[in-house]
Design a protein around this ligand. Structure first.
Ligand code: SF4
Length: 319
């Protein structure tokens, strides 16, 4: 492992050199079936290969200022009377290979998973689907049950500022609770893919450095970086995301701080010129994968000597 002891290069070059030293030349581009996607470089061929399911429909107690549960609306909702398995069976019969289990949070910041552990295990064993779970804050019992259910991976947003937990998430918790969840998931040897939402505090970078430090203590499978993308109709709809220079600085810092952990740019980030610039900077900073890449980024990566791989049956944290 090489960890950034290269002094004559600027930080972006250092970050790219660290990537070169610790990984193969492959860079992964993802287009899961969360939305339709097509560029001249990468056309999604199986939009049903990987699909999101909400275990709570559109319901969420927290009503975070950037989301107000709108992220749940396009997901498949389970029928509460029939449970998870029948929906998964129908999806598997129509070509789905993997699912993201998500849902709104309860008042303690957890996605209510407890009624579905037995079905998760059946989905793995009988349907052979890849199962990724967005869990939120977890208890020891939840970690053990997810292990018993044989899920493939778990993910949660890590927040590194108590003000953000309180003001944006309306949650009576602290950064120690998020750290504890990481610790418990690690204890039960889950494949953990934590997310950091850059600019979550009303467009400002506040707890991101702390979140990175919290995550770097654990041997997580991958780190996923997403960017605040306030949804229309929410309290934050007019908030601007951080500018690309600020985000690129965080990409560099992440690459250098976690030199041999795969780092992905996840689905949520602004569109247009912001995305076009940011995706190139992600390549420059040595990140390992990008979901729904902007037009031209695949060729840009090739020109830097990287080998593109294209993945549709998983999300950007599914390496
Ligand atoms: S907990 Fe999740 S679904 Fe609920 S409002 Fe917050 S981000 Fe949206």
């Amino acid at each position: 492992m090489v960890s950034g002891n290269i002094t004559k290069l600027d930080l972006t070059d250092q970050a790219f050199a660290v990537r070169r030293a610790n990984f193969t030349d492959e860079i992964s581009f993802y287009a899961p079936g969360l939305k339709r996607y097509c560029t001249t470089e990468f056309e999604q061929k199986s939009p049903r290969a990987f699909l999101p399911i909400s275990l709570t429909g559109n319901a969420c107690v927290l009503q975070c200022d950037h989301c107000e549960s709108k992220i749940l609306e396009p997901m498949f909702a389970i029928d509460q009377r029939e449970g998870l398995f029948p929906l998964c069976e129908r999806l598997a019969n129509s070509g789905t290979e993997g699912i993201l289990l998500s849902g709104g949070s309860n008042r303690v910041g957890a996605v209510p998973l407890h009624k579905h552990f037995a079905d998760m295990k059946r989905v793995k064993q009988e349907l052979g689907l890849r199962v990724m779970v967005h869990c939120g804050l977890v208890s020891e019992e939840t970690c053990a049950a997810l292990k018993e259910a044989e899920v493939d991976a778990v993910m949660l947003d890590i927040i590194g500022a108590n003000e953000t937990i309180r003001d944006v998430y309306h949650l009576d918790a602290t950064i120690e609770d998020f750290d504890r969840s990481l610790e418990l998931l690690q204890k039960y040897e889950h494949s953990v893919r934590p997310h950091i939402i850059l600019g979550l505090h009303y467009g400002k970078m506040l707890g991101e450095d702390k979140a990175l430090e919290m995550i770097a203590k654990y041997p997580v499978h991958a780190l996923v970086l997403v960017v605040l993308t306030p949804m229309a109709g929410t309290n934050m709809q007019n908030v601007a995301p951080p500018d690309v220079a600020e985000l690129a600085a965080f990409f560099q810092k992440s690459r250098l701080r976690m030199p041999d952990t795969p780092i992905m740019v996840g689905c949520a980030r602004p569109l247009g010129e912001h995305r076009a610039q940011l995706d190139r900077l992600a390549v420059d900073c040595g990140l390992n994968g990008i979901a729904y890449p902007a037009e031209g980024v695949v060729e840009y990566a090739r020109a830097k000597g990287l080998r593109p791989g294209f993945i549709e049956n998983s999300c950007s944290c599914g390496c």
